[in-house]
Design a binder for this molecule. Structure first.
Ligand code: KIV
Length: 272
């Protein structure tokens, strides 16, 4: 039985933990570790599919990864990102696409933007689908933002983020991701907002934190933004394992008798 979104995303004083996952085995591990929620982010595009940006990710790709993650969890709520242009064209299309992600097993959807998406958010929420907002650095608008930069540094831009958060809250979001904004602004946002603010590159004073799983595991050595802490160096571990395998095959050390099948004990003794 899935833990409800409401139960997980409450301002209790205990920071909420969320990470991304895009497949069955990692979703299982995330749940076993007791992380509060999983985001099937459209970061799947950069992290797993080798795209240059999230702009290339399609609904079909999101559905494929949502289904895999949902199969890996029993209790952990799964939030699905609505990909680029799946919610901007019309409210009807947004609602239809949010519904497809819910039918794939998601507990909620996330979409990027403030004022410009507030009415769409309200429509989706009115139809019974929980929505998470996303402000600050919104990667689907990277071409408009002029790159992956910290947002809300000027007084006007900070004010716009605070206003957008208010509009999203009024539209009915259950939480808001705040990406790459100054720590002071994130604190103000968290204090002002009645729904939890989940930070990524937004400092420590948020109601919760989210990280891309592959970044925190050190699965991608080429991507090292300041806000990521590498808790593991999987790249190095995977490289060492692959080199060891290659060497053992070339030296005929693998497979050994313990990895092989024989018709009898005598056959084994004859061969080894
Ligand atoms: O797609 C994603 O992984 C995200 C997080 C960075 C919040 O939206």
């Amino acid at each position: 039985m899935k833990t409800s979104i409401k139960e997980v995303f409450k301002k209790s004083g205990i920071p909420i933990t969320m990470v991304t996952a895009y497949d069955y085995p990692l979703a299982k591990l995330v749940e076993a570790a007791g992380i509060d929620a999983i985001l099937v982010g459209d970061s799947v595009g950069n992290v797993v599919l080798g795209y240059e940006s999230t702009v290339q990710v399609t609904m079909d790709e999101m559905l494929h990864h949502v289904r895999a993650v949902v199969r890996g969890v029993e209790k952990t709520p799964v939030i699905a990102d609505m990909p680029f242009l799946s919610y901007q064209v019309s409210q009807e299309e947004a609602l239809k696409n949010a519904g497809r992600l819910m039918r794939a097993g998601a507990s909620a959807v996330k979409l990027e933007g403030g004022k410009e998406v507030a009415e769409t958010v309200q429509r989706i929420v009115e139809c019974g689908i929980p929505v998470m907002g996303h402000l600050g650095l919104t990667p689907q608008s990277v071409n408009q933002l002029g790159g992956y930069k910290v947002q809300g540094k000027s007084k006007e831009k900070a004010e716009k983020i605070l206003q957008d958060a208010k509009l999203l809250e009024e539209a009915g979001v259950f939480a808001i991701v705040a990406e790459c904004i100054p720590a002071g602004l994130a604190q103000e946002l968290s204090e002002m907002s009645h729904v939890p603010i989940i930070g990524i590159g937004a400092g420590a004073f948020c109601d919760g934190q989210v990280l891309v799983l592959h970044d925190l595991l050190g699965f991608n050595d080429e991507f090292k933004p300041k806000f990521v802490k590498k808790y593991e160096s999987l790249c190095d571990k995977i490289m060492n394992a692959l080199k060891e395998y290659k060497n053992e095959v070339r030296n005929r050390e693998f497979p050994g008798p313990e990895h092989s099948f024989f018709t009898s004990e005598e056959e084994m003794k004859k061969l080894y």
